[in-house]
Design a binder for this molecule. Structure first.
Ligand code: COA
Length: 258
């Protein structure tokens, strides 16, 4: 159905794979368009509770924007690449948790896409960089903003100014990725985490994601106010009744997303 991505359903998990292995899964404009379309479908599919995004093959997660498309770009087209319906922003505000399963090179727009996700799990062979500076340009998809919020100004500055790659262990130490696993265990470990999250109450997951994301965009008073408003909404859900009853009855809750 799609040319540049595949979508696979495994129980409550959907796995979106960028499928251009011969180009190290570089983000062409078609990947952006198809990625947004796929997420739109998954957004409305109640059977899907968690989305995993990964790259095909063992070499790369995503080696950045498709550089071959840069030639036809103008300042205006590039400026318009930032919009509410862009792939990065679609992931950022997607109402379900999105996990980046990083199976190799995670560069430029690939790292920016990973950072738009909620959790990042990497294989030991993963490598990370913002190499735009080597092309005479700079990051344009969150590489200076999300990276700084995730790993701090000094580290983000060094990555943006040198374009140097860091390995998975360094990315883990910096807080850029949540966990690192041997390559042959990456998928199983990521699925394990996704399945754990998929058992939680979907509305509480959505509101928790919104609240955590809001923390880096607000001051503490605004953030605490937003959090308590979202917390209050949880008290209107059937899943809150189910969660509390299940605890009191010493059984496992069955959350329905209502
Ligand atoms: N855009 C378009 N094509 C890309 C690409 C990108 N970002 N990254 C890799 N490719 C293509 C290569 O052109 C090559 O295609 P070809 O076989 O038709 O020549 C293919 O993917 C394999 O890449 P190659 O460079 O041969 O692999 P390598 O193992 O020697 O090097 C990298 C791997 C990741 C170090 C190298 O591909 C690279 O530096 N890519 C660009 C990364 C980048 O600057 N991204 C940010 C863009 S803003």
């Amino acid at each position: 159905m799609y040319e540049t991505i595949t979508v696979e359903h495994r129980g409550k998990i959907a796995i979106v794979t960028i499928n251009r292995p011969d180009k190290l899964n570089a983000l062409s404009s078609k990947v952006h368009i198809e990625g947004v379309a796929a997420l739109d479908e998954l957004r409305h599919d109640d059977s899907v509770r968690v989305v995993i995004i990964t790259g095909s093959g063992e070499k790369a997660f995503i080696a950045g924007a498709d550089i071959s498309e840069f030639e036809g770009q103008t300042p205006v087209t590039q400026r318009n690449s930032f919009h509410e319906r862009s792939l990065f922003n679609t992931i950022d505000v997607f109402p379900k948790p999105v996990i980046a399963m990083i199976n190799g090179f995670c560069l430029g727009g690939g790292n920016e896409l990973a950072m738009a996700c909620d959790i990042r799990i990497a294989s030991e062979n993963a490598r990370f960089s913002q190499p735009e500076i080597n092309l005479g340009i700079m990051c344009g998809g969150g590489g200076t903003q999300r990276l700084t919020r995730l790993i701090g100004e000094g580290r983000a500055m060094e990555m943006a100014l040198t374009g140097d790659m860091i390995d998975a262990a360094t990315a883990h130490r910096f807080g850029l990725v949540n966990h690192v696993h041997p390559s042959d265990q990456l998928e199983a470990e990521t699925m394990k985490l996704a399945e754990k999250i998929a058992e939680k109450a979907p509305i509480a997951l959505q509101l928790s994601k919104e609240a955590v994301k809001f923390a880096s965009r607000s001051n503490l008073d605004e953030g605490l106010r937003r959090e308590v408003d979202l917390f209050a909404i949880c008290f209107s859900t059937e899943d809150k009744k189910e969660g509390v009853s299940a605890f009191l009855e010493k059984r496992k809750p069955e959350f329905k997303g209502k």
